[in-house]
Design a protein. Structure first.
Length: 95
């Protein structure tokens, strides 16, 4: 089982996106559970990406447009560092 660590940037994005959207908050909570069990589970559609601000990382699907960007913690490979949360593409996309 993996432990999830949240960056300050991720926490701010999470608060902003879920402030008025309880359904999205529940979907993200489910994704957190799945990431903790197996970050490469098929239902997460995890794949490597080159994120603008974080370099080569991993992306997991929350909804058709929302993605979580994460990477393994360099100090401990059983900890996932959640880096960013947001739209898949366009100007404010996460990658």
């Amino acid at each position: 089982m993996y432990q999830l660590d949240f960056t300050q940037h991720f926490s701010r994005r999470y608060q902003k996106l879920t402030k008025k959207n309880l359904q999205l908050k529940e979907q993200i909570a489910h994704i957190f559970e799945c990431l903790a069990i197996d970050p490469f589970s098929r239902n997460l559609e995890t794949h490597k990406v080159k994120a603008r601000h974080f370099g080569v990382s991993y992306s997991s699907t929350v909804t058709s447009n929302i993605r979580i960007i994460w990477n393994f913690n360099p100090d401990d490979k059983i900890r996932l560092l959640l880096l960013d949360l947001g739209g898949h593409s366009r100007k404010r996309g996460v990658y």
